[in-house]
Ligand binder design. Structure first.
Ligand SMILES: Cc1cc2nc3c(=O)[nH]c(=O)nc-3n(C[C@H](O)[C@H](O)[C@H](O)COP(=O)(O)O)c2cc1C
Length: 407
């Protein structure tokens, strides 16, 4: 269900005039939608003040959502074209990189990058430098896959680790095709402490590599969300059972990373209500997220990035509980709705994945109201430069005309 349909009528007085005038929440013709689209876009692309993420001023309120591309070298060093790929997209306000393992055990998929060895740091340094040279900003996403791992996908070939020895039921791409992800082994208490330390170390290395910050991947059924969900976490120690216990790992990771590199360079991504790969947060799910977000809020992180697939009511609560910057990602959001969440003040920034993947000049295309390239799903994961750095850009300079058209 879209936010537009579900926004409670009692909040109507909070909506900016442009939205009410355009009648966004009632059946409307093309003209009304066009007006809203334009109003929403102007807030995103020409914000009245520079949005701040931690200490950084961003050029606009658009964010590249993190996307695994499986083009790293076997040892986890970013691939030869990674710097070009990210630099091509540097006009977006903030780039969140593909999920990057903080340790050997954090890897689950083939050819994903890491950020814990000297070679990783040197590889990511070329990416950071290329993005900064174009005036962009990037946060490296720290992703521990947990039980979403297959031994055939990693150089060490070890069994995946998780809060409990419960399989996800998922199938994963491996060098020999689709295979069931084997059941993981449960982390010991000492290993949980080591995993928190691994996140901390990786965050330090990301900063050494020139990243502007890190986003902790707490979403999409990977390790941190496995701790949150009773379907994946049946521990009876301090990390399982109650809401407080299941949220403990996420909070400890965020705290450790913030202590290491500064809260203003630390961010986290959550996907409340995600129900995939064996993740079921159960009836306590909304209460867990209200607790978790309230606790994370105390850390004063750079931002919270919500991938919204669950309840709109919970999202409203999260918005109230989270005092910092909120980045919102609504999977599959139609182009005509880009900017609506920022216009409503429902989010401070909006992130987009596939449209940015397929349109290196996403921002210029929005300014020009130009058409977008379609994403080629066949080249999402793995392969060479095709479908990676060869998406065509617009050939016209659009800034002046587009800005005039919006005023
Ligand atoms: C190819 C691909 C890889 C992705 N990899 C990640 C990832 O590494 N980390 C993550 O948090 N989300 C990942 N996602 C989810 C995206 O960040 C985003 O939430 C999703 O694509 C929905 O947004 P969109 O409709 O704008 O693409 C991935 C999505 C795609 C399409």
């Amino acid at each position: 269900m879209s936010a537009i349909a579900s926004r409670p009528a009692s909040n109507a007085e909070k909506w900016p005039a442009a939205i009410q005038v355009a009648g966004m929440n009632r059946p409307s013709g093309l003209t009304a939608n066009f007006i809203v689209h334009r109003a929403a876009l102007s807030g995103l692309l020409w914000p009245s003040f520079s949005p701040l993420v931690g200490p950084y001023s961003l050029a606009n309120r658009l964010v590249m959502a993190p996307m695994t591309r499986s083009r790293a070298q076997l040892d986890g060093t970013p691939g030869a074209s990674a710097a070009t790929y990210y630099a091509q997209r540097a006009s977006i306000g903030l780039i969140v990189t593909e999920g990057t393992q903080p340790s050997e055990d954090g890897q689950g998929y083939l050819m994903t990058p890491g950020i814990y060895t000297d070679a990783h740091v040197a590889g990511w340094r070329t990416v950071s430098d290329a993005v900064h040279a174009k005036g962009g900003r990037l946060f490296i996403q720290l992703m521990h896959a947990g039980r979403m791992s297959h031994p055939d996908n990693t150089p060490h070939h070890r069994q995946g680790v998780a809060p409990s020895a419960i399989g996800s039921g998922a199938h994963m791409f491996t060098p020999t095709g689709l295979q069931p992800a084997p059941a993981p082994r449960a982390l010991s208490l000492d290993e949980i402490g080591q995993t928190v330390a691994d996140f901390r170390f990786a965050a330090r290395r990301a900063i050494e590599a020139g990243a502007d910050g890190v986003e902790i991947h707490g979403a999409n059924a990977y390790l941190i969300q496995q701790f949150l969900a009773p379907s994946a976490n049946t521990r009876t120690d301090a990390y399982g059972g109650s809401i407080e216990n299941r949220a403990r790992f996420a909070i400890e990771v965020a705290q450790a990373v913030a202590d290491e590199i500064g809260a203003d360079r630390t961010a986290i991504r959550l996907s409340p209500g995600t129900a995939m790969w064996g993740i079921d947060e159960g009836p306590e799910g909304p209460a867990l997220y209200r607790y978790l977000v309230a606790e994370l809020n105390k850390l004063e992180l750079a931002y919270l990035h919500v991938m919204q697939q669950g309840s709109e009511a919970l999202l409203v609560d999260i918005r109230r509980l989270w005092m910092g910057m909120l980045i919102l990602n609504r999977p599959g959001r139609a182009r005509d709705h880009i900017g609506v969440d920022v216009t409503w003040r429902f989010a401070d920034l909006e992130s987009y994945g596939q449209m940015v993947l397929a349109n290196p000049d996403f921002v210029a295309r929005l300014k020009a109201d130009a058409s977008m390239n379609a994403a080629d799903r066949g080249s999402f994961f793995g392969g060479g430069d095709a479908g990676y750095i060869d998406y065509p850009e617009l050939e016209i300079d659009v800034d002046v005309d587009a800005e005039t058209a919006l005023t």
